[in-house]
Design a protein around this ligand. Structure first.
Ligand code: ZN
Ligand code: ZN
Ligand code: FE
Length: 749
């Protein structure tokens, strides 16, 4: 209802910041203002949304309250700045076109899974978008993946080339429509289409479904890139996909038509179900049911399954027509970035896929699927990409802009602007040229979208990292941040803390400030700096990277360090490795916790060769008894708290010889690590009186270890900080580097 504003009239300008573009925010403001009888207008600017409203004071108060409490579900209001001005007699409330660009902190929204209203239209034979694979609205659809520039308007997205038909244009202009200013709005008459060879539309879907039923592998163009799809119940098809993709054992993600299908294969608690069906739609790691209809090759050797639900209309059509689970794995070879362009897919995926399902809406920014796991009742991100990016993490303090280049494996970069840290999507292993090019693309895109010009670059101390070389090439003033300090700073930053805390940074490998390889660190750290107060007693890392790929080498190293016989390691290379360690050739010392996992996994007979990072630890976790009694793992006080793995390794060997199961040994091992972390934390507390422990590093991807450690620490009265929105693995390093650099710049101002 519209009514004339009655005196006394006042005028206020509200500047709303946060994720407020492309999420139906202006229509919401419009409807609210009309309802409250306000005059004025609303528009997007480069920082967010600006509302210039006039009317009764109480109505203006109501508007502000509703913006804070009743904004659309996808909007995230970070702040509202209010300016009071003298009334002008503004006309009836209206939505005006975006103001021209100026330096910006407006947030581009992440890509959003198909909403229920759009899904209803997709499956309604009377609807004009019935079975149309690109149906979307202001509550759902592509965002980050199609935005070329800001402000967020259709002309600056990859939808620019599609001219809306009459009915679509009418929806786009109707403030009361769900599609009002829905930039990717489209229909079968005017929008993008899918094609498979010479077929298009529904025929293309039927063709793909028939091929999948025959056991074919199909490359499917999605939201952030291509997937490789095949029937998850067809062992032959899954085997062929592994062979062609060059991926021996790393688990495949499986997309199911619905939640009920997932629950037949895996156990999903309330938090997992919420993660599965939310608008981010990540891959969720779930514990498998004992009986499975899936081909064994989907996730060999693991008790967990990576499951997810359809998140685009095309997925819904495919999965419903197919009627069963599909392997949907990133469209790439091994660790390369995901393919996104039609031509690129023909080149790179042509040899893997039997058929290509293409469409003509271009993907501007590719992004893999995000991966999460529920631990301690909360969703925790292990790979942060589609659905999360480019959402900002608030540092809580402002500083000049920083570019943080992250680490080399699981590369992610971060940019800061004001107090916001924007993390890029998962980029992959920077070893490949393609990944380095992708890194450059992502950086350029984020700098443009957020209008950021970094003044400083933060990087790892590792002199051989590709990311360190990238940092040097920027020519910016550079700040090196130690790897494990960055892990703990990352955990602090995402929890809105600055420290100091006791930081337990346990991972596979990171360059220590003494030139050795760290990875089992106890730090006292804040954003400004750190002191290493403890670590796992170093053993040799024979052969460097070779030791990462071949866990048996770490078994030899730990046996020798414990003064035990090595004959039980049945590998032809053992004598050579022994000699290397004895003579100190290519065997730097390492305090790595990840390598201790490798050694124990190898000693219990699980993995002798790792085909993907963390495989040995994941396989060991999969078999371990969660309720086992711990092995003794002595922790000694001293200038450097010393965790001596020797007695533990001796006990493992004795249990193997007694014929104890891997389940029992693995369980006792995990429990021992939890005890050791608790003991080291107690010693650190005695010295510092700090009562908070931050846990970070790749080891805390393990649910078993994390839950055991948190239980022990809380029993001892510690407050525990964990990751949730940012990965504990090296995908979180960039945030830590950014926080440390931003904090130093801020302190020096
Ligand atoms: Zn929708
Ligand atoms: Zn249309
Ligand atoms: Fe790390």
């Amino acid at each position: 209802m519209t009514r004339e504003p009655t005196a006394p009239v006042s005028r206020r300008i509200l500047r709303v910041r946060g994720t407020v573009q492309g999420v139906g925010f202006r229509p919401f403001v419009y409807r609210t203002a009309i309802e409250l009888g306000l005059g004025g207008h609303v528009f997007n600017d480069a920082d967010g949304v600006v509302i210039d409203a006039e009317g009764e004071g109480r109505a203006l108060d109501d508007l502000l309250t509703r913006i804070r409490t009743a904004a659309p579900p996808r909007a995230r209001v970070e702040s509202v700045e209010v300016e009071v001005l003298s009334p002008l007699g503004l006309g009836p409330f209206a939505i005006v076109e975006s103001a021209p660009v100026r330096p910006s902190s407006a947030r581009v929204s992440p890509d959003l899974a198909t909403c229920s209203a759009c899904l209803a239209e997709l499956t309604d034979p009377r609807d004009r978008r019935y079975r149309y694979p690109f149906v979307n609205c202001t509550d759902c659809g592509p965002r980050y993946s199609i935005v070329r520039d800001i402000p967020y308007d259709r002309s600056r997205t990859t939808m620019a080339s599609f001219v809306m038909c009459g009915p679509c244009a009418a929806e786009y202009q109707d403030p009361l429509s769900r599609r009002f200013h829905a930039q990717p709005n489209a229909c079968p008459d005017c929008g993008p289409r899918i094609t498979v060879e010479a077929r298009s539309g529904d025929e293309a879907v039927q063709e793909v479904v028939a091929a999948l039923r025959r056991g074919a592998i199909v490359a499917v163009k999605g939201l952030g890139g291509f997937h490789l799809a095949c029937d998850a119940r067809n062992a032959g098809a899954v085997g062929t996909l592994r062979e062609r993709k060059g991926r021996a054992l790393k688990p495949f993600a499986v997309m199911f038509p619905d939640l009920a299908g997932i629950e037949r294969e895996a156990v999903a608690d309330a938090a997992s179900r919420e993660a599965l069906s939310g608008s981010r739609r990540p891959i969720v790691l779930l514990t498998r049911q004992p009986h499975s209809a899936l081909a064994p090759g989907v996730a060999p050797g693991l008790r967990e399954l990576g499951a997810f639900l359809p998140y685009t209309p095309l997925h819904h059509l495919l999965l419903r027509s197919f009627g069963g689970p599909l392997v949907m794995t990133s469209g790439n070879r091994s660790e390369e970035p995901i393919a996104a362009f039609n031509e690129e897919a023909r080149d790179r995926l042509g040899g893997i896929a039997d058929l290509l399902l293409l469409h003509d809406r271009e993907i501007h920014m590719r992004a893999d699927d995000s991966v999460v796991r529920v631990m301690l009742g909360r969703e925790r991100v292990l790979r942060r990409a589609r659905g999360h990016v480019p959402e900002a993490i608030d540092l809580g303090f402002a500083a000049p802009s920083v570019l943080a280049v992250g680490a080399d494996l699981k590369s992610v970069l971060a940019l800061t602007t004001g107090s916001a840290a924007i993390l890029s999507q998962h980029i992959g292993d920077l070893e490949s040229y393609e990944a380095q090019r992708f890194f450059a693309e992502v950086r350029e895109n984020l700098e443009r979208l957020f209008q950021v010009e970094p003044r400083v670059v933060a990087h790892d101390l590792h002199p051989g990292y590709h990311s360190t070389a990238i940092a040097r090439r920027t020519g910016l003033p550079a700040l090196g941040v130690q790897h494990h300090h960055a892990h703990i700073a990352s955990c602090l930053a995402e929890n809105g803390r600055r420290g100091p805390v006791i930081g337990v940074a346990w991972d596979g490998t990171g360059y220590g400030d003494d030139g050795s390889v760290w990875g089992g660190e106890i730090l006292v750290a804040d954003l400004a700096g750190f002191e290493r107060v403890g670590r796992i007693r170093p053993v040799a890392l024979p052969g460097g990277d070779a030791a990462v790929r071949e866990p048996w080498r770490m078994a030899v190293a730990h046996l020798m360090a414990a003064g035990l016989a090595t004959a039980r390691v049945r590998n032809a290379g053992r004598p050579t490795v022994e000699a290397m360690i004895r003579e100190g050739v290519n065997s730097v010392p390492t305090s790595s916790a990840g390598r201790l996992f490798d050694a124990v996994a190898s000693l219990v007979g699980l993995s002798d060769v790792a085909t993907y990072e963390g495989q040995a630890a994941m396989e060991l976790e999969a078999v371990s008894d969660p309720d086992a009694e711990p092995y003794a793992l002595p922790v000694a006080a001293g200038p450097l708290i010393d965790v001596d793995a020797g007695p533990l390794v001796a006990a493992v060997v004795a249990d193997v010889d007694r014929g104890l199961s891997a389940r029992a040994i693995g369980g006792r091992f995990h429990a021992a690590l939890a005890e050791a972390i608790a003991e080291a934390s107690r010693l650190a507390r005695q010295r510092t009186t700090l009562g908070t422990v931050a846990l970070s590093g790749g080891c805390f991807q393990s649910r078993l270890l994390t839950e055991l450690v948190v239980k022990r620490l809380e029993r001892d009265g510690f407050e525990v900080l964990l990751h949730a929105r940012v990965p504990p693995n090296d995908g979180g390093i960039a945030l830590g580097q950014a926080a440390v650099a931003a904090w130093r710049l801020r302190s020096h101002e």
